[in-house]
Design a protein around this ligand. Structure first.
Ligand SMILES: [Zn+2]
Length: 127
């Protein structure tokens, strides 16, 4: 059962993660901007910079996504709907929230969504 004490703990955890990601994003963005302004000496340099940049961009994308999830979870805490499944409106199991703090769906709905996703991706199986 999700009580207000537990929600407080989740909120602190979410805020800590948000601040950490924001800091990471700032550093990564600065690195990317730094690379853009540096002069590239030769082709080999350019190749390694391109790879680094692609990795940075992937990290950036992933962290931006996570930041969005965290902020939406924090909004839910403010609106007192944190820990409620977005599909069936049942409470999400607390153990699940501990594993995935910004989980949107309960385990049952999650499975339904994953099944539907794998059906629509039949031609390109993930596994
Ligand atoms: Zn559900």
């Amino acid at each position: 059962m999700l009580n207000s004490e537990k929600i407080k703990v989740f909120k602190i955890e979410l805020e800590n993660r948000r601040d950490k990601i924001k800091e990471n994003l700032k550093v990564t963005t600065q690195e990317i901007n730094g690379l853009n302004s540096n002069e590239v000496k030769d082709e080999a340099d350019y190749a390694s910079i391109s790879i680094d940049r692609a990795v940075d961009n992937a990290i950036l994308l992933q962290q931006t996504q996570e930041l969005k999830e965290i902020e939406s979870a924090l909004n839910k805490i403010n609106e007192n709907i944190y820990g409620i499944c977005e599909m069936c409106e049942e409470e999400i199991d607390i153990k699940r929230l501990e594993l995935k703090i910004f989980a949107k769906y309960c385990i049952v709905c999650r499975e339904i969504i994953e099944k539907e996703a794998s059906v629509s991706n039949k031609r390109t199986p993930l596994f």
